[in-house]
Design a protein. Sequence first.
Lengths: 111, 117
Amino acid sequence: QKEVEQDPGPLSVPEGAIVSLNCTYSNSAFQYFMWYRQYSRKGPELLMYTYSSGNKEDGRFTAQVDKSSKYISLFIRDSQPSDSATYLCALVPSGTYKYIFGTGTRLKVLA
Amino acid sequence: GAVVSQHPSWVICKSGTSVKIECRSLDFQATTMFWYRQFPKQSLMLMATSNEGSKATYEQGVEKDKFLINHASLTLSTLTVTSAHPEDSSFYICSARDPLASTYEQYFGPGTRLTVT
């Protein structure tokens, strides 16, 4: 069993839809939870991070963490074609700065 | 914001040769840099953690004699793929952490595409 599970997609949605991206994990030692966006053949860029259970909102993006269920989500509201990319969750165990990445979910927003 | 650059962005080399990839933090000093490898449609796999002034720490299964890492200054880490073979063809990405930042954020470079023929 992988430490971090993420559906690879691809996920296709119409423009304006609400997108839900998810990761599950097995290790309760994970302390920080990050979401990165990666365009094709580019390096990842940070969208959001959080370290506690609950919701965190930034513009059209909302990150949600449920530590009891070991489940994290990223919601994108009013999705745009420019949101088409691969979305990676990255989890950080306590006591380290190392990232454990999910496999990434490829998202395509159709105009 | 913090910027990390990589050079070259794309390199083709012949099997058996070595190739060096540079990773630079442009506007901050990075005591720790990370090297990842990403195969097509797969996630980033951490290869090694590079610490300035000391030996790199390699992840299990990564050959340290094949992937030489040098972190000689606070703004530069290099990855040398020695005796490259076609199976080493991949997308190599580095990241750096700003020790003065209060978050766990890593700043990623744009990646280097290596093709071994």
